[in-house]
Design a protein around this ligand. Structure first.
Ligand code: ZN
Length: 198
């Protein structure tokens, strides 16, 4: 005999499939959603559908944006010859919050992880190499200091070296395994200023 209705079971299953949500949280959320007023449920569902339909990759840096080119890439006051490579849009936001970085970004949408079966072709690496054909002076690798982040940094470094473009890595002051988005702005700035050439 099913404990809950089939509809609730499906809702719990969908929620539990999201990252960071275990089966207990999924159950709690499912019952919370069912008890919410109809208009709020509609608003939430429509917000998800709208976001999915309208958010796209910036055609230059591949961050998530509502327009063809994101506001940072569209800003001519930024230094377009300085590219900081980050794992995801959240990391980019963390650096933007410091307000001190003048260059542009490149968002990989992941990191190389042989263990998870994520290879160089599964992240936006080819797209980065295409951008290097312009007058790029320096590529700053700001992937996380996790095993995956370091593997990705090494891989990118080997890939870019032959092009002659200067390539640097943010300082290792960033705690090992630390997610960039959880690190305070002062530490991020110190990591950026203390970057070393690879
Ligand atoms: Zn962009």
């Amino acid at each position: 005999m099913e404990l809950y209705s089939g509809h609730i079971n499906r809702l719990i299953e969908e929620l539990a499939a999201l990252p960071g949500i275990g089966s207990k949280s999924a159950q709690r959320l499912a019952f919370h959603l069912i008890n919410m007023p109809q208009d709020r449920v509609n608003r939430l569902a429509n917000t998800i559908i709208d976001a999915k339909a309208n958010v796209k990759y910036c055609k230059e840096c591949f961050t998530l944006t509502d327009s063809e080119v994101c506001p940072i890439c569209a800003n001519q006051k930024r230094n377009h010859n300085l590219i900081m490579v980050v794992e995801n849009t959240r990391d980019m936001t963390a650096y933007e919050k410091t307000g001190k970085y003048e260059g542009v970004y490149h968002v990989l949408h992941g990191a190389i992880s042989p263990m998870l079966g994520i290879g160089p072709n599964d992240i936006k690496l080819k797209e980065l190499m295409v951008r290097l054909k312009d007058d790029v002076e320096e590529v700053i690798i700001a992937t996380n200091s996790s095993l995956e982040g370091e593997t990705t940094a090494m891989y990118i470094s080997k890939l870019i070296k032959p092009t002659g473009v200067k390539i640097t890595r943010i300082a290792s002051g960033v705690p090992v395994g630390g997610d960039l988005e959880y690190i305070d702005e002062v530490t991020l700035l110190r990591a950026l200023e203390g970057r070393v050439e690879l």
